[in-house]
Design a binder for this molecule. Structure first.
Ligand SMILES: C[S@@+](CC[C@H](N)C(=O)[O-])C[C@H]1O[C@@H](n2cnc3c(N)ncnc32)[C@H](O)[C@@H]1O
Length: 234
């Protein structure tokens, strides 16, 4: 009887936790798209210095998880100044989209400097991607998801444009599971948005609400407080 009661309580707790993840707020901080565009308009000139080398290990690991084949069509969502663009093999087709003209201007300079003829760049909001369903083999969002007002809407679009069996890859910082660090990340989130990201995005709630079932979640960068989430579209 005691065993039965404990197991029933555990099941109820599991159910409530799962239910809560499906509905709870992803962050204590709300942002608007215009605000985000303004932040990146100001950050563009220093972005590569501040966020280049520090976050690069995660970018390299994401490239491995893509398992790119010749001819693959890859969509990079939130391409920014194009820090990933020289990493892709030249025998695939890369499309980069970004909200910010200033960030894209830097990306265009990089494309010209490195003669990246397999890359095309578009100014576009990730919540409304102007490409057809199933049109990419790999859809990748590096360091984007904690920046946007509605991460779930972005993933919905990423899934739509990815072909069945293709890869959806999210590289991002999410709130830590440790009590103290997580409390700090929540407290500073209203301030970190001014340097381009919410520090307290809730990974389990994000996965539940975006209906993503990853094939792997790896910790990346140093310190390893960023996550590389790899999914396959059904
Ligand atoms: C942290 S940067 C990441 C840049 C690059 N992917 C990297 O690896 O460093 C986030 C980028 O997402 C872009 N962004 C923010 N909101 C967006 C949206 N709704 N649609 C498209 N891009 C967006 C920003 O303009 C910025 O360039």
């Amino acid at each position: 009887m005691a065993l039965f009661e404990r197991s029933r309580r555990t099941t109820d707790e599991d159910y409530l936790a799962a239910n809560d993840a499906a509905t709870r707020a992803l962050s204590v901080t709300a942002v608007e798209t215009d605000f985000v565009a303004g932040v990146y308009g100001k950050l563009a000139s220093v972005y590569d210095i501040v966020f280049g080398p520090t976050l690069h290990a995660g970018r390299l690991q994401a490239l491995q998880r893509m398992a790119i084949s010749p001819g693959d069509r890859i969509l990079e969502v939130g391409v920014g100044t194009g820090l990933n663009l020289t990493l892709y093999p030249k025998d695939c087709q890369i499309t980069g989209i970004d909200l910010s003209d200033s960030m894209l201007e830097k990306a265009h300079e990089r494309v010209a400097k490195h003669e990246l003829e397999h890359v095309s760049l578009w100014q576009m909001d990730a919540t409304s991607i102007a490409f057809p369903d199933d049109s990419y083999d790999i859809v990748y969002a590096p360091y984007l998801i904690s920046v946007v007002p509605d991460p779930v809407a972005v993933v919905r679009e990423m899934r739509r444009v990815c072909r069945p069996g293709g890869r959806i890859i999210v590289l991002n910082h999410f709130r830590s599971s440790g009590t103290i660090l997580s409390a700090i990340e929540r407290a500073i989130s209203p301030f970190t948005v001014h340097i381009g990201f919410k520090s307290d995005l809730d990974l389990p709630a994000f996965l539940a609400q975006a209906e993503l079932t990853p094939v792997s979640i790896e910790k990346v960068n140093i310190p390893p407080i960023w996550s590389l989430v790899t999914c396959i579209k059904d």
